[in-house]
Design a protein around this ligand. Structure first.
Ligand code: NAP
Length: 290
């Protein structure tokens, strides 16, 4: 890490827990690489301390923070402004302290879209996408895909009513949409015309061998993205590769939400390759420990 001076700028992360976060590694490696007098610090914040934490951000002239689970919605009432993306998603993962005004951004969805372009070489404009899951990450991904010009963003979820609710919101952003269950027939019908599948449920995480859909439904023309990043290659990604599909692993979204946050705070292009190296090193280390 670069030696800090008294003028160092501080950014960080608020959430609970934060000890597992890989963001300090990505951002501090980037600051060191660019020789910037900046530091990224994790702050564990209890549910009843969100307002005090944000007052502290202002009081201590902290330049910005990432926000993680469970505070992505809870921070909103304490912010001075939201970007249109954050307002559309009803969630904030990045706050910029603009001379005492706290502005809430959401780089989860835009970071995912950027990973589609930068890592997978897939342009979502005009594409037909099936999103599996309807939780917080699915909302960011599905709305960002619609805002990026996808022609159709269908949502399939174990709890079908949540898929239908998210599909209604997605349709307000210009894409055609539908809310489905995870039953085979509706998924098969949707996939016949789809270009890409984005898996956003927690299925396949950390040793869970299950698949969120039958891989026989996948064809080589599908790009299959999984936003789960532990393991690096999820059971769905393995099955999709075996079917001849192109794949996009979850580290892509994690990397590019960080790249975009870095750029929001510093106004400087982020060294994405350096951040990617730091992130993959940390993820491989976690896999080796498991
Ligand atoms: P969330 O809001 O709790 O949503 C969880 C989703 O998973 C819901 O759609 C839920 O369906 C579904 N689900 C859970 N267990 C399931 C099962 N056994 N079978 C089928 N569906 C199941 O969580 P989230 O914040 O959206 O996060 C979801 C995943 O994305 C997590 O693994 C997280 O680590 C990952 N993530 C990755 C990134 C990244 O940067 N790569 C960013 C954010 C999140 P129901 O609605 O039916 O419960």
């Amino acid at each position: 890490m670069t030696e800090l001076t008294g003028a160092a700028a501080v950014v960080g992360l608020i959430g609970r827990p934060v000890a597992h976060s890989l963001s300090p590694r990505m951002h501090n490696r980037a600051f060191a690489h660019l020789g910037m007098d900046w530091v990224y610090v994790p702050f564990e914040v209890a549910d009843d301390a969100v307002s005090a934490a944000l007052a502290g951000v202002k009081a201590m002239s902290i330049r910005g923070v990432n926000v993680t689970v469970p505070h992505k919605t809870a921070v909103i009432p304490f912010l001075d402004e939201l970007t249109p993306e954050a307002a559309a998603m009803g969630a904030v993962n990045t706050i910029v302290n603009d001379s005492g005004r706290l502005v809430g951004h959401n780089t989860d969805g835009s970071g995912f879209v950027r990973s589609l372009r930068e890592v997978a070489g897939f342009d979502p404009h005009g594409a037909r996408v099936l999103v599996l899951g309807a939780g917080g990450a699915a909302r960011a991904v599905a709305i960002a895909l619609a805002r990026a010009g996808a022609e159709r963003v269908a949502v399939a979820n174990r709890t079908e009513s949540k898929a239908r609710r998210l599909a209604e919101d997605v349709a307000r952003h210009g894409a055609s949409s539908a809310g489905l269950s995870l039953a085979r027939e509706p998924l098969a019908a949707e996939l016949r015309a789809a270009d890409a599948v984005v898996q956003t449920t927690s299925v396949g995480m950390a040793g869970d061998p299950s698949l969120p859909l039958d891989p026989d439904l996948l064809a080589p023309r599908h790009l299959v993205a999984d936003i789960v990043y532990t393991p690096l290659k999820t059971p769905l990604l393995r099955a999709a590769e075996a079917r001849g599909c192109r794949t996009l692993p979850g580290w892509g979204m994690l990397l590019y939400q960080g790249v975009e946050a870095f750029e929001c705070w510093t106004g400087t292009p982020a060294p994405a390759n350096v951040m990617r190296e730091a992130l993959l090193e940390a993820l491989r280390g976690k896999e080796a420990e498991a």
